[in-house]
Design a protein around this ligand. Structure first.
Ligand SMILES: Cc1cc2nc3c(=O)[nH]c(=O)nc-3n(C[C@H](O)[C@H](O)[C@H](O)COP(=O)(O)OP(=O)(O)OC[C@H]3O[C@@H](n4cnc5c(N)ncnc54)[C@H](O)[C@@H]3O)c2cc1C
Length: 506
């Protein structure tokens, strides 16, 4: 009867948790979550993430206790944390899910593997998504994903043997440290979603039965996307719900609608939704297969296109970046999205794509600092999706359609009455509808009457749209036209390209 530690990372749940089920079937188990200083200090981290994690841990702690075990929450580097735990409660096995994360978590996993070898502890890892490790070729990937998703989600173990009461008292003595961490930074995401398995199930149910009917039509607008999108991304990122559970629940709901002649919209929406669950793993697979994309362009031909090193930026470049970060670009939809992110940690796909496109093309900024900033603002930060998407929307993969979003057209199309803009940019509250996408076009009298004076109460556009758009287009197409870029594009496609072209264009 080996003693096991189930190491929770981005899988903060008890349902459909293979490592927990397997460990519980073998002997006594303690659950462990570690706040690692290196992760807390990474440029992608934010206190908003921590608040969500704390919610998840609170519920996980209660659920493990009700099953008979315990969750230990510790603060420290992994090998030292394991050393101490091993001294307190001698265990023979560690169980966890595979993680496709940042370079720092990969390096930490290697240190954990070395620790296990030194201490003669067996580390068992199980896949948690449709990400295949190792993957020799992308051919046939979608079929492998379906096979991964097809078994039903694992039930919660009926009971788990935990440590003895005396051991629990000893182990619990180290536990208060997570509280120090929670207070370590003020959290600007005051309107963010809350974490936990129970809430995640509620969000899934409400999407599949109440909110999702208009998903396909409404997902691109920031106004309706707020409720029409599933809003499951932070739960998938921290694993308070497994993607297989979502996949099965969605399939089940689609099957139940099959015979209903009035459910056409529901069926179309859920079919589009189902595809996106596969995209989740498709994008994570890219980071799994080429971890360097956290730091380097997919397509090396674009290496000198934009300046990555902020210390080499001119004052003007710094000014453009700061205006974008602060939601003060003079482009209302961009500013509204950035300010909304600060407080809520979420925005829909189209607006994310527009934000990166605007930074990369209009402001000609390198994707790396842009991606790092957005990572701190996305509650659902998932490295594999995030870095792939940020590179894609900046035009540096060479295999995707170049999309330079016009923030003016997006405002007209997606928020014609300025409902979203007015909520997040109160300076524009009384600007007439016809000027809301481009307030600098207001005659001076209208500016004064609406209380929005350009250059005074609201900034003038940080760059001229037409000029910036034209210049960026020329630069990116020139770069794509070189023979190196084309050679690189073939390599990138062979390694990462979706064999369904429609996925790749997203
Ligand atoms: C620049 C940029 C950065 C992004 N960074 C992240 C990130 O860090 N974490 C993250 O989860 N998503 C990211 N996305 C993808 C997408 O915008 C979010 O998954 C989605 O908006 C989350 O809201 P939702 O759960 O309501 O999505 P829904 O539309 O309801 O989709 C359901 C799920 O499908 C997956 N999904 C949907 N669209 C995509 C997509 N285009 N690519 C990959 N998976 C997708 C997600 O897991 C999502 O939770 C990014 C997109 C862009 C353009």
């Amino acid at each position: 009867m080996p003693r096991s530690v189930v190491w929770f990372k981005r899988d903060l749940r008890v349902a459909d948790h293979a490592p927990l089920v397997e460990a519980a079937g073998r002997g006594p188990v303690v659950g462990l979550y570690v706040h690692e200083p290196e992760v807390l200090a990474s440029p992608e981290w934010s206190p908003g993430h921590l608040a969500f994690i704390e919610d998840c841990l609170g519920e996980l702690r209660r659920r493990l206790a009700s099953l008979g075990s315990v969750l230990l929450v510790r603060h420290g580097a992994m090998p030292e944390t394991l050393d101490r735990l091993h001294d307190q409660w001698r265990f023979e096995e560690i169980w966890s899910h595979e993680e496709t994360g940042l370079a720092i978590t990969y390096a930490r996993d290697r240190r954990v593997a070395a620790w296990c070898r030194r201490r003669d502890v067996l580390w068992n890892q199980r896949p948690q998504h449709g990400v295949i490790r190792p993957l020799a070729s992308r051919d046939g990937w979608a079929g492998r994903w379906r096979r991964r998703m097809s078994p039903p989600p694992l039930p919660v173990p009926k009971s788990i043997e935990g440590p003895t009461t005396d051991a629990i008292d000893l182990l619990a003595a180290d536990d208060a440290r997570s509280i120090e961490i929670r207070d370590a930074g003020s959290n600007p995401m005051v309107e963010a979603q809350r974490g936990g398995e129970h809430r995640a199930t509620g969000v899934l149910e409400s999407f599949l039965h109440d909110r999702g009917e208009d998903y396909q039509r409404a997902m691109s607008t920031p106004v309706e996307g707020w409720t029409a999108c599933s809003r499951l991304s932070p739960h998938l990122a921290y694993g308070s719900l497994s993607i297989r559970t979502v996949h099965h629940a969605t399939r089940h709901r689609i099957d139940s609608l099959r015979e209903d002649p009035a459910a056409g919209r529901w069926r179309r929406s859920l079919a589009s939704y189902e595809k996106r669950l596969r995209w989740h793993c498709h994008f994570m697979q890219k980071l799994e297969d080429e971890p360097e994309i956290e730091f380097r362009n997919f397509n090396r031909a674009f290496d000198d296109l934009r300046e990555e090193d902020r210390s080499r930026w001119s004052d003007e470049e710094r000014g453009r970046f700061d205006a974008w970060v602060g939601g003060r670009t003079g482009y209302p939809l961009v500013d509204a999205c950035m300010r909304c992110l600060d407080r809520t940690g979420w925005i829909n796909f189209r607006m994310r794509a527009m934000l990166v496109s605007f930074a990369a093309y209009h402001l000609w900024l390198h994707w790396k600092p842009v991606a790092e900033h957005l990572a701190t603002r996305f509650l659902d930060f998932e490295a594999g999706i995030h870095y792939s998407q940020c590179q894609m929307q900046s035009g540096v993969t060479g295999i995707n359609t170049v999309r330079i979003y016009s923030p003016i057209k997006q405002a007209i199309d997606q928020d014609p009455e300025g409902r979203f803009i007015r909520r997040w940019v109160p300076e524009l509250a009384d600007v007439p509808d016809e000027h809301i996408a481009r307030p600098e076009g207001m005659p001076p009298l209208t500016q004064h009457m609406s209380g929005c004076v350009i250059g005074d109460t609201y900034p003038a556009p940080v760059v001229d749209h037409e000029t910036a758009y034209r210049t960026a287009k020329e630069r990116i197409f020139d770069a794509r036209g070189t023979s190196l870029a084309k050679r690189e594009a073939s390599r990138v496609y062979r390694k990462h390209g979706s064999r369904s072209r429609r996925t790749e264009r997203r």
